[in-house]
Ligand binder design. Structure first.
Ligand code: AMP
Ligand code: MG
Length: 356
């Protein structure tokens, strides 16, 4: 299959490409498209054969459910068995935006879309191209991140092309995404709302809108979710259980005061280089010049957590291209979205952390 990559610039010149993309979705085919979080790989959410194609293209395990993307609040009502009281408040506050709500599904949603679950994940993305594709196709669009299963989520169309070339008919290129981390997932099917995946929208933001306590799935806070013997509890969102986002090289995070971290990383780099290894470092604008590694990437200014989130996946992908043997990274427990950033980075590192 030939994969067509087309630029979308939110101008009248997009009309033909958008029409073609909408037609593909209507016909049960796959289209990758930009959202504000990461690029999604979309198909008609209400057609089992269409949803199945997503799993095949990504190599995704069939028990890992997809997120259904909508462009109007009423579409949530059309696929939910019950709409919990919190849903409207959260939609008013955060939709369109980087928020996914889990609700009980009705019979319109096939189990192929929900990975066999009786609940469904729903999001209204805040991106003109995504909203236009949903609207023009007249479909609800099931879309997980548009990467090959196990790779970092794509934050640019070239990342999608690298993973999906020859596997899907069309990629809409809307340039680099704004947020760079996947949506926050909140489960509204139990008595108390619970965050299943941290993201740009935080526990505090939810609590302010809902006026009630919001829990965080203990399974995602555990030290090492891949190893229950280390006290890890199974996360509730199936996707959070898989080893994820891992670069090809071994990645280790170093935590502590900046001067100690820089010294330790330089020591590890020197040790590795002595053995003939090629070593990469993830630094910040402030520390970038202090490292003597083979490849050093700055993730952004330490004070700019939005930039750190935006650049994380691109850097992990670039290390794969650079063919390094090991990567050492500073850690980024920033005030607001640090939990989401560290959740992704820890998974990429297979939970290897050195404290100095
Ligand atoms: P992705 O869009 O690639 O980030 O994948 C979607 C994420 O949403 C995965 O982590 C899924 O496990 C999670 N998800 C989707 N549907 C559900 C559901 N019904 N219950 C819990 N988690 C879900
Ligand atoms: Mg994903």
């Amino acid at each position: 299959m030939q994969t067509k990559l087309v630029k979308i610039e939110n101008k009248p010149s997009d009309d033909a490409s958008m029409e073609e993309a909408a037609e593909l979705i209507k016909n049960g085919e796959l289209v990758a498209f930009p959202t504000e979080t990461v690029y999604g790989l979309g198909a008609d959410a209400l057609r089992p054969e269409a949803a199945k194609k997503i799993y095949a293209a990504k190599g995704r395990p069939s028990d890992n459910p997809l997120i259904v993307h909508i462009c109007k609040y009423e579409e949530l009502l059309s696929i939910a068995k019950e709409v919990p009281p919190q849903a409207k408040k959260l939609a008013d506050a955060f939709w369109p935006g980087p928020l996914t709500m889990i609700v009980w599904k009705n019979e319109r949603v096939p189990y192929e879309t929900t990975g066999g679950m009786d609940t469904v994940a729903v999001r209204m993305p805040n991106h003109p191209t995504a909203l236009r594709l949903i609207e023009e196709s007249g479909c609800l669009i099931a879309a997980p991140s548009a990467n090959t299963s196990g790779k970092p989520s794509p934050t640019e169309a070239t990342h999608v092309l690298r993973d999906m070339d020859g596997r899907i008919p069309m990629i809409l290129d809307g340039g680099p995404v704004r947020i760079g981390l996947e949506s926050t997932i909140i489960d509204l099917t139990e008595e108390k709302p619970m965050i299943l995946r941290p993201g740009y929208i935080t526990k505090e933001m939810f609590e302010e809108v809902l006026g009630e306590e919001v829990q965080i799935d203990p399974g995602i806070l555990a030290a090492d979710i891949t190893d229950p013997s280390k006290g890890g509890q199974k996360p509730k969102a199936p996707g959070m259980r898989y080893k994820h986002y891992a670069p090809k090289a071994d990645l280790v995070l170093i935590e502590g005061a900046t001067d100690h971290v820089v010294a330790k990383i330089n020591e590890l780099v020197a040790g590795g280089q002595k053995e003939g290894l090629r070593i990469g470092v993830i630094a910040t604008d402030e520390t970038y010049h202090r490292y003597q590694a083979d490849v050093v990437f700055s993730i952004g200014a330490r004070t700019d957590e939005d930039a750190i989130a935006q650049h994380l996946y691109k850097i992990l992908r670039e290390f794969d291209e650079q063919e390094v043997d090991a990567i050492y990274s500073e850690s980024f427990k920033t005030p607001r979205i640090g939990q989401a950033i560290m959740n992704r980075l820890l998974k990429a590192a297979g939970y290897q952390v050195l404290h100095v």
